[in-house]
Design a protein around this ligand. Structure first.
Ligand SMILES: [Zn+2]
Length: 293
């Protein structure tokens, strides 16, 4: 293969070099490849030094993603706009599966564990987080339950729900990780995730603000995820604008406008209309969920 063609990491077809995206944090060109067969796009020369990327500075919003501020969220769970996302995810999950005391839920790539903590108080089921790096130890010290790699291995096939919120875009080998997630679920279990939707940006991916190439290295269309899920032991299902997505998108709007705190004026905005407008532009709800087969 010539340097401007690589094998697609999802379907194996030829992915062509679209062009370079200059990193703003790590100042170097990152090569973006796009597969016209399944729609997947990926950084061909990703920065994989995870210790450097996911450092204390990253989680404080001083690293590769200035919109991240996990430390603030961890210390101010009642004040952060992230609470809308937690509430929305819980509502979405409840619309797909009943939550009972014996329900087992794993939040895979849980960052500071904020969703885990929120759901321990509000979901009425058992939930744990899984994460690596600096933030894991900080959050674990504040009492959020995390599973170790060893505990995860011995919990295979035991979860009713696995969530991965804004995780898939960070993965250099998505099929391998989806297989791992599938192995954690019992047959019939639910895999719920969020990640950017490349489809509206298909013709001009390099101008997409979500393309922060130091950290976001894989980009999916709904059909990409349908294929990836089928390849890894899931049945993909398209749910549309299901309950909870108004809150999930509300959070995304506020975050992209760089609001960290909830405030009274936010409550009077017509979120039903605003979130549907944003959804028709960005296709947030067009992605599927996965049912473990
Ligand atoms: Zn492909």
């Amino acid at each position: 293969m010539t340097p401007d063609i690589k094998a697609c990491k999802i379907c194996g077809a030829e992915a062509r070099l679209v062009g370079d995206k200059q990193g703003k944090y790590r100042r170097q060109p990152f090569n973006l490849y796009q597969c016209r067969n399944c729609g997947f796009a990926f950084i061909g020369n990703p920065w994989l030094d995870y210790e450097d990327i996911y450092s204390q500075a990253y989680y404080r919003g001083q690293g590769a993603d200035p919109l991240v501020d996990y430390v603030f969220e961890l210390e101010h769970p009642e004040a952060t706009v992230r609470q809308y996302e937690w509430r929305g995810i819980l509502e979405a999950i409840r619309s797909f599966v009943p939550l009972q005391q014996q329900t087992r839920w794993l939040d895979f790539g849980c960052g500071n564990g904020g969703l885990v903590r929120y759901c321990r108080s509000n979901a009425g089921c058992s939930i744990w987080g899984y994460e690596h790096g600096w933030i894991r130890d900080v959050a674990a010290n504040s009492g959020i339950p995390f599973l170790s790699d060893e505990e995860l291995r011995s919990a295979k096939g035991s979860f009713d729900i696995v969530t991965a919120i804004e995780v898939l875009e960070h993965l250099s080998n998505p099929l391998e990780q989806l297989k791992q997630i599938r192995s954690l679920l019992r047959p019939g279990g639910l895999f719920f995730f969020t990640t950017g939707n490349l489809a509206p940006q298909r013709e001009d991916p390099l101008s997409w603000s979500y393309l922060v190439p130091e950290i976001h290295i894989g980009f999916y269309e709904p059909k990409t995820l349908e294929k990836a899920l089928q390849e890894t032991g899931f049945r993909a299902a398209f749910h549309g604008f299901s309950p909870g997505f108004e809150d999930i998108i509300r959070f995304k709007i506020l975050k992209s406008l760089r609001f960290r705190r909830k405030s009274a004026w936010q409550a009077v905005l017509p979120w039903g209309t605003l979130t549907r407008m944003a959804d028709s532009r960005f296709g947030v709800t067009a992605h599927p969920i996965g049912w473990a087969e």
